[in-house]
Design a protein around this ligand. Structure first.
Ligand code: B12
Length: 584
C-alpha cells in the first residue's frame, strides 16, 4: 500500500526508539523487582518461574480481580479474600489489580482529571502496602503500559514486586479523556517495556486481547494475528516477554477452547489469565450462573488438556450490574474450586479434535494476517524495524482498517469488514442479531415513522466500551436513520465541531465507566456555550458514578440525576426508539 505513512505518521520527526530503549535499560540498575510477600513466600524470582512450576504440577491456577476506589478497602480485600479462601482449602494464585483510569495520567496531573470507579494509588508506597497484604501474585494489569503514566507506574509496580505488568492491549484501543499526545504514550510504553526487559528476572508483559483490538475484529485469526505482531514488537524488537490474556468475549465453547490451543501453539511464555466470559452476563443472576459454570468448565478442561499457564478467573455473577463485593468474589472462587474438582472426573470424556481443527485454521490465518500487515506497512513506508512507528501506526489505523485491508479472510462484500472470516468471532455477529431482535419488536407503523423522522443522530462513547454504540449504529442503519460517528472515548469539547459540521439533531451517548453524570454535565456546558442547549441527549450503558461525598466508594445509579440534568436515560435501545416515536 503506497500512502500508508502519509495517512498515519504525519509528524516531521518522531522520538528515536533506540534512545528510549537505552533509557529504560539503564534505569534497570536503579529500579529493581522488590521481594513481594508472594515472591518470598513461594521462594521464586518471578511469577513466570512460579507459573512454570505450577504447570509442571498440573495445578489449575486462579485469578481474582480487585480494585475498590480506596486503598484501605482494596488492602482489606487483598488480605481477606486470600485468607477466607485459605480457610476453606481453596487456592488463590494471583490478583489482577483494577486501577482507576485516572491512574493512567502522570501523577502530577492526576488530581485534576476525571475519575472512574477503580483504585487510586497516590504513591509508590501505596503499591507496596497493597501487595504486602497476602502472598498472592500482584498483577498490575490495567492503566500502566499504554498510558501517559506507563513509565512511572511500571517503576512503582516493579518495586512492589509485581512481575506481570500490563496492559499492552490497552495501548491500542484506550483513550484517556483530554489526552491527545499518543507519541508521548508510545515513548513511555517503550521505555517501560525496556525497563522490564532489562530486569534480571523475566517480567511478563501482559496484554489482554479483549482490551485491545481483538474484541472488535470479526475474525479470530486477526485476534491471534495481533498476538504474533505484539510478540514481534515486544519479544524481538524490545527483547521482552509478552504474555497474552483472552476471554471476556469468547462465548462459543469450541472457539474458546480452540483459541486457547492456538495461542498455546504460538506462545513462548505462560499466559497470565483467561478472563471470565463477562459478555455472557446479563441482568438475570440465575442465567449468569449458567454462564459462569460453562466458561469455567471449558477453561479448566483446557488447562488440564494442554497447560498454557493461564489462571482461570471466576467472575462473580453480580459483575454485570456493579463491582463485586469481597463476599461475592470469595463465593465465585469456592464455586470454581468445586467445579475444578468435578472437572477432573470429566476429563476423559472430552476430546479436543474439533477444537484442534479450528485452532489449525486460526493459526494459519494469523500467520497470513501478520505477514500481510508487515508487508503492507513496509511497502506503505512504515519502518517495521522501528517499534515506535509500528505501535503508532497500528494504534492510529485501528481494527476496522487493519481487518479490511489485511485480514486473511476471503474478500466478500456481503460480510462485515468485506471479508469472510477464517473463524468468525461471536461477539459482533451477536450484536447484529440483537439489532434484528430490537427492530423485529417494533410494529410496521413504528418502523415507518422512525424512518420518516429524518433524524441525524450523533453516536458517541465516553470510554472504550464500544458494543453499545455498534448496536445502536446497527439498529439505526437498518431503520434508515442517519448515524454520525461521534467516535470512541470522545471528549465533550471535541464533539461540538462534529455536531455542527454534520448538522446532527440528536446525540446518543453510550457510557460504561462510571462517569455518566460528569460527562453529561460537561457536554451540556459545551453545548450551551455553542448555542446548542436544546439538542436532545439520550444516554445509555452503565449509568452510575461514585458519589465523591459518600462513605461507600462503590458507584451508585445516577439515572434520576441524568434526567434532572436534561438527558433521557435509557435502559435499552428500545427506550430511545419509543421516546423518539413520542416526539413530534
Ligand atoms: C465487554 C466489556 C468490556 C470490554 C469492552 C470491549 C469493547 N471494545 O467494547 C473490555 C474488556 C475492553 C472492557 C474494559 C473495561 N471495563 Co468493561 N465491561 C464489559 C461488559 C462485560 C459488557 C458491556 C457491554 O459492552 N455490553 C454489550 C451491550 C450492547 O449491552 P448492554 O451493556 O446490556 O447495553 C444495553 C443497553 O444499556 C443499551 N445501551 C448501551 N449504550 C447505550 C446508549 C444509548 C444512547 C442507548 C439508547 C442504549 C444503550 O444497549 C444494550 C441493549 O439494550 C460489562 C459488564 C456487563 N456484563 O455489562 C463490563 C463493565 C461495563 N466494564 C467495567 C469496567 C470497570 C471496565 C474497565 C475499567 C476494567 C479495567 N480496569 O480495565 C475497562 C474499561 C477501561 C476504560 N478506559 O474504558 C465495569 C463498569 C463499572 C461500573 N461503571 O460500575 C463493568 C460494568 C463490569 C463491572 N461490573 O465491573 N469491558
Amino acid at each position: 500500500m503506497t500512502n500508508l505513512r502519509a495517512l498515519v505518521l504525519t509528524e516531521r520527526e518522531l522520538p528515536d526508539p533506540a534512545a528510549l530503549i537505552q533509557q529504560g535499560r539503564q534505569d534497570a540498575s536503579l529500579v529493581k523487582v522488590g521481594r513481594s510477600r508472594f515472591l518470598k513466600h513461594h521462594s521464586v524470582s518471578s511469577e513466570f518461574e512460579y507459573k512454570h512450576n505450577q504447570m509442571q504440577l498440573g495445578c489449575i491456577m486462579r485469578h481474582a480481580q480487585i480494585g475498590y476506589r480506596s486503598l484501605e478497602r482494596s488492602c482489606q480485600a487483598y488480605a481477606q479474600i486470600y485468607e477466607r479462601l485459605q480457610d476453606n482449602g481453596c487456592p488463590l494464585h494471583r490478583y489482577g489489580i483494577c486501577l482507576d483510569w485516572s491512574m493512567g495520567y502522570p501523577e502530577a496531573e492526576r488530581l485534576r482529571k476525571p475519575r472512574g470507579t477503580g483504585l487510586i494509588l497516590d504513591s509508590g508506597e501505596c503499591f507496596v502496602q497493597l501487595t504486602e497484604q497476602a502472598p498472592v501474585a500482584p498483577h498490575f494489569g490495567d492503566f500502566v503500559l499504554g498510558m501517559p503514566s506507563a513509565y512511572e507506574n511500571t517503576c512503582a509496580a516493579l518495586t512492589a514486586g509485581s512481575t506481570s505488568i500490563g496492559n499492552l492491549g490497552q495501548y491500542f484501543s484506550f483513550r484517556l479523556p483530554h489526552w491527545h499526545d499518543d507519541v508521548f504514550i508510545t515513548a513511555q510504553t517503550i521505555k517501560a517495556i525496556s525497563l522490564c526487559a532489562a530486569q534480571p528476572v523475566p517480567i511478563l508483559i501482559h496484554s489482554n486481547l479483549d482490551d485491545g483490538f481483538a474484541a472488535l475484529f470479526t475474525d479470530l485469526a486477526c485476534a491471534l494475528g495481533a498476538v504474533l505482531i505484539e510478540q514481534y514488537i515486544v519479544n524481538e524488537l524490545l527483547q521482552g516477554s509478552v504474555s497474552h490474556c483472552y476471554g471476556h468475549t469468547y462465548s462459543e465453547p469450541v472457539a474458546r477452547l480452540a483459541f486457547q490451543r492456538a495461542l498455546a501453539q504460538v506462545s513462548v511464555t505462560p499466559g497470565t489469565m483467561v478472563y471470565g466470559n463477562t459478555t455472557l452476563y446479563g441482568r438475570l443472576t440465575s442465567s449468569n450462573f449458567a454462564g459462569l459454570s460453562s466458561y469455567l468448565l471449558v477453561d479448566t478442561l483446557a488447562q488440564m488438556l494442554l497447560p498454557s499457564g493461564h489462571a482461570i478467573n471466576p467472575v462473580p455473577v453480580s459483575e454485570a450490574y456493579r463491582i463485586p463485593t469481597v463476599d461475592e468474589i470469595v463465593d465465585a472462587h469456592l464455586f470454581a474450586d468445586k467445579l475444578v474438582e468435578r472437572a477432573r472426573k470429566m476429563r476423559e470424556m472430552f476430546s479436543a479434535t474439533q477444537a484442534d481443527a479450528a485452532a489449525e485454521k486460526i493459526v494459519d490465518g494469523a500467520r497470513r494476517f501478520k505477514k500481510s500487515v508487515m508487508d503492507g506497512f513496509a511497502s506503505g513506508g512504515i519502518d517495521v524495524n522501528n517499534p515506535l512507528e509500528l505501535l503508532l501506526a497500528i494504534r492510529r489505523l485501528g481494527p476496522r482498517f487493519l481487518e479490511e485491508e489485511f485480514g486473511p479472510g476471503e474478500a466478500d462484500r456481503s460480510h462485515l469488514r468485506g471479508r469472510k472470516a477464517v473463524f468468525q468471532a461471536a461477539t459482533i455477529s451477536a450484536l447484529e442479531q440483537q439489532a434484528d431482535d430490537c427492530i423485529n419488536g417494533l410494529t410496521n407503523d413504528q418502523r415507518q415513522k422512525l424512518s420518516t423522522l429524518k433524524l441525524r443522530i450523533c453516536i458517541v462513547t465516553t470510554d472504550v466500551h464500544e458494543y453499545g454504540k455498534l448496536l445502536i449504529e446497527n439498529i439505526f442503519s437498518k431503520l434508515g436513520i442517519s448515524a454520525i460517528d461521534g467516535g470512541v472515548c470522545t471528549d465533550p469539547e471535541d464533539l461540538i465541531d462534529l455536531i455542527q459540521s454534520h448538522k446532527a439533531d440528536v446525540i446518543a451517548v453510550s457510557t460504561y465507566n462510571g462517569v455518566a453524570l460528569d460527562y453529561l454535565r460537561s457536554l451540556k456546558e459545551n453545548l450551551r456555550e455553542s448555542g446548542l442547549q436544546r439538542m436532545p441527549i439520550y444516554i445509555g450503558g452503565k449509568l452510575n458514578q461514585v458519589a465523591e461525598s459518600e462513605q461507600d466508594d462503590l458507584p451508585v445509579d445516577v439515572s434520576a440525576k441524568l434526567l434532572e440534568a436534561g438527558a433521557v436515560p435509557c435502559n435499552s435501545t428500545e427506550d430511545m426508539l419509543l421516546h423518539l416515536l413520542q416526539q413530534d
